[in-house]
Design a protein around this ligand. Sequence first.
Ligand code: ZN
Ligand code: ZN
Length: 415
Amino acid sequence: MRLYPLRKGAYTVSSPFGAREGGFHYGLDFAAKDGTPFYACQSGTVQYIGKADGYGEWIVVDSDDSEGGGCVEYGHMWDAFATGLKVGSKVKAGQHIGYVGSNGGSTGPHLHITVWERGYGGKRIDPAGWLRGAGHLGEPEAPTATPSKGTIMAVPNPVTRTQISPNRHSGGRDVDWIVIHTQEGSGTARSITDYLCRPAAQVSYNAVCDDRETVLVVPWDQNPWSAMNANNRGDHILMAGSFASWSRNRWLSPDVSDGKNEDLQLTRTAALVAWRCAVRNIPIRYVGGKGMPKTPGVCGHVDFGQWGGGHTDPGPNFPWDELIRRAISIYNGGKDWLAMATMAEVEALIYKCLKTYVGPIGSDVKDIRQQITGGRDSGQYPGFEQGGSRTLYDLTAAVAEKQGVPNTRDTLEEK
Ligand SMILES: [Zn+2]
Ligand SMILES: [Zn+2]
């Protein structure tokens, strides 16, 4: 965990790392009002504190590898001991450790930080790069679920078919990411799998899915040929018949008149993400969009840059928030879907269920009845996973209960 040393809005960056006035500025300056509290960027141990040349006073916090590694100097405060720290004190990321001052070689109140890559006295690196992707104190964290051992059985394996490609190699697998790819073509899971199984194609993914099937193509303990140097660092998932140029609306379109329910494909992909994260003990969180990911999670092919082959899929409009939300929901057995859903989403789901099941075949009518009531005998029909495996009947009652509508379930039963 890494944070900016000041609250959002409390500072402006006044001097970057780099050449400055005939010398070199080995840190990053945050201009802020005199007396503004600042916070530890990373957990660690106070290595030096007190008077220091140029700074007036400083605090140096060293972090071991489990805390993120490296070492951070904080400088220019009037009193480095203001929050009661001393050499050897442990500090947590985000802990208040001092107040901005203008002590020593300073032209106005600011906090200077220097980041040593591997401990004090080694190499100083650009703190802006080191802080890339870091949050600010008090910001809500992005949704995340962290699987722990013993949860694997709770997340079902969503693979529906296996068709192994010869385009794969074994060994050296070190998976930190679940990686999403688009096809850049109009195939189905079935047609693209056939293609990936041709030796001449020279390309493959661990799994491929569309709105109907989830196909295992390269065993999870082997490397697919998806992303150059990132092949062995990820479980690679191809969303069949998709394009990186799609809009958000297209990714979330349940309309099947174009031949596919993209929204359902996203849910199938989320099921795969949830399962792989559970198996591999990888947090279900989006870690892309900020260059090469630094922590395990879910990301796109694009995030590996040239190292991963220089592709840009799954594109700028890919609905990462929805993928993660659904994956977490599935990971939790669908139980928290209600907590997250709006009434409009529930209505949309009900509409979708009905629309999906309306057809000329008589058995579809039976499906509708079963979906609504759970079947002639209670528990016969499991219900939709998006609704926590509730039937529409139970889902509606549960939502109404959540919204504080009294006795809705009873009212429904009378009807
Ligand atoms: Zn500075
Ligand atoms: Zn790709």
